[in-house]
Design a protein around this ligand. Structure first.
Ligand code: PMP
Ligand code: GLU
Length: 401
C-alpha cells in the first residue's frame, strides 16, 4: 500500500549530519578503517561523577514520570547557571527542559511560527533550523555571512531582510558549522534591530563553553533587560559535558512562550528521561574543571587540524574561534578530476575522501554552502594527524590528476 503522507512531512529530510555519522558508524562496525570527522559530538566519555548520579537515580528508583517541563532541582540548577554565567535572572516558569536542545528548538518553532511567518537565518547555518521552520509552515530568509569577515552578521544586510512578516532571528554563537563567535558589538547591533522591529531573538548557545584564544562568549540576553525579555536562550548538556546520548536540553525565555512549549511537550514526549535529568543536575552543579580539561584538549585538536588543513594545496582554512568544527573552503578543488569522475561540489569531495582516503566529513550543502566541507576536530591528536595525512595524499592525487 502506498500511503499519502501529510504535506508537512514532505517538507523535511532526515538530518544530514546524523545520517552521515550513522553511516560512518555502520562502516566502522563492519571493520572499515574510517577516521570519523563527521560526528558533531565530543569524543570524550561523559565524566564519571555524572554517570554515577544517573546510576544512583536508578538505584533510588527515580524511574517514573516527572513534571513534564523538568524537575525543580534541574530548573534551579539552570537558573543558577544563567545567573552565575551571564548575570541573568529568570523565574522557574521561564524554563523548559526538553529532550535535547534540538527538541527545545522544535517545540519553539511549533508554537511560534505559522504560514506566512518569516525567520531570518544567518548562513552557513546548522542543518536542522530550516527544516524545523519549514515543518512549522514558515519561511526561512537567509542572511549570507562571509568567511573574510569571520562570518560576522552585517547589521545593514540584516535590516534589509526584515519585513512585516519577520517574527524571529536565529543566532548560533559559537556557531556550527563555521565556529564563528559573535562580538559584543555585533550582538548589540542585532539587539537594537530586534527591539526596533519587534523580533524574537532565538539564541542557540549550545557551544558556549567551546571558545578559544581568549575569546569571550557573550549571551545576547545579558545586554539589557529589554533584550532579555525578547530572547529565548537555548542550551543543553550535550556538548559541554559530552552527554549527547542523554538527551537533555533546555530553553529559557518569555513565560507565555515557554508555557506553550510545555503544553506541546505535555501532548508529545511528556518529560525528558527522569534519570538523565538527575545526571544533568550533577553536570551543572558538579566540578566544572572537567569542562576546562575537555576544552583544553579540543583546543589542541583544533590547532592541529587547522594547521594541517592550511598546509594542503587547494584548501583554505580560517581559524575557527569556537565550537569544534573546521570549515575549510575547498572551492579550488571543484572541477578537479579523479579516476572515477570529477569533483563537481562539496558532496563529491566528501564521497571521494571517504572512498579514496577513508575519512568521513560532512559536505557544505546542507549547511547552505557550496564551497566548504565540515570536519569535527573531536578525535584525538594522533587520529587527526593520521586523518590529515590521508586527506593531504588524497588531495595531492586530485591536484596531480
Ligand atoms: N544546536 C546546534 C547548533 C547543534 O550543533 C546541535 C547539535 N546536535 C544542537 C543544537 C542540538 O543538540 P542536542 O539536541 O544534542 O542538545
Ligand atoms: N549537531 C551535531 C552536528 O551538527 C549533531 C548532529 C545533529 O544533531 O545534527 O553534527
Amino acid at each position: 500500500m502506498t500511503m499519502k503522507l501529510a504535506t508537512r512531512a514532505t517538507r523535511i529530510a532526515p538530518s544530514p549530519t546524523l545520517n552521515m555519522a550513522a553511516s560512518v558508524k555502520r562502516m566502522v562496525a563492519q571493520g572499515e578503517k574510517i577516521i570519523d570527522f563527521s560526528a558533531g559530538e565530543p569524543a570524550f566519555e561523559t565524566p564519571e561523577f555524572i554517570r554515577d548520579a544517573a546510576i544512583a537515580a536508578i538505584r533510588e528508583g527515580f524511574t517514573h514520570y516527572t513534571p513534564v517541563t523538568g524537575i525543580d532541582e534541574l530548573k534551579e540548577a539552570i537558573l543558577d547557571k544563567c545567573l552565575a554565567d551571564h548575570g541573568l535572572r529568570y523565574e522557574k516558569s521561564q524554563v523548559l527542559v526538553s529532550c535535547g536542545a534540538k527538541h527545545a528548538l522544535y517545540n519553539l518553532a511549533q508554537v511560534l511560527l505559522e504560514e506566512g511567518d518569516e525567520v531570518i537565518l544567518p548562513t552557513p547555518y546548522w542543518v536542522s533550523y530550516p527544516d524545523q521552520i519549514a515543518l512549522a509552515g514558515a519561511r526561512t530568509v537567509l542572511l549570507p555571512t562571509e568567511e573574510v569577515h569571520e562570518y560576522a552578521i552585517d547589521p545593514e544586510a540584516l535590516e534589509a531582510r526584515i519585513t512585516p512578516r519577520t517574527k524571529a532571528i536565529i543566532l548560533n554563537s559559537p556557531g556550527n558549522p563555521t565556529g564563528a563567535v559573535y562580538s559584543r558589538r555585533i550582538l548589540e547591533e542585532i539587539a537594537t534591530l530586534a527591539l526596533r522591529y519587534n523580533l524574537l531573538i532565538v539564541s542557540d548557545e549550545i557551544y558556549e563553553r567551546m571558545v578559544y584564544d581568549k575569546r569571550e562568549h557573550v549571551s545576547i540576553a545579558s545586554l539589557a533587560p529589554e533584550v532579555q525579555a525578547r530572547t529565548v536562550l537555548v542550551n543543553g548538556v550535550s556538548k559541554t559535558y559530552a552527554m549527547t546520548g542523554w538527551r537533555i536540553g533546555y530553553a529559557v525565555g518569555p513565560t507565555d512562550l515557554i508555557a506553550a512549549m510545555g503544553h506541546l511537550q505535555s501532548q508529545s514526549t511528556s518529560n525528558p528521561t527522569s534519570i538523565a535529568q538527575k545526571a544533568a543536575v550533577a553536570a551543572l552543579r558538579g566540578d566544572q574543571s572537567v569542562v576546562q580539561e575537555m576544552v583544553r584538549a579540543l583546543d589542541d585538536r583544533r590547532q592541529c587540524m587547522v594547521k594541517r588543513l592550511q598546509a594542503i594545496p587547494g584548501v583554505q582554512c580560517p581559524v575557527p574561534g569556537g565550537a569544534f568544527y573546521a570549515f575549510p573552503n575547498i572551492s579550488e578543488l571543484i572541477g578537479r578530476r579523479h579516476a572515477n569522475g570529477t569533483i563537481a561540489n562539496p558532496s563529491d569531495l566528501v564521497a571521494y575522501l571517504l572512498s579514496k582516503a577513508g575519512i568521513a566529513c560532512v559536505p557544505g550543502e546542507p549547511f547552505g554552502s557550496t564551497s566548504h566541507i565540515r570536519l569535527s576536530y573531536t578525535p584525538d591528536v594522533p587520529c587527526i594527524e593520521e586523518g590529515m595525512d590521508r586527506f593531504e595524499a588524497a588531495v595531492k592525487a586530485l591536484m596531480e590528476a
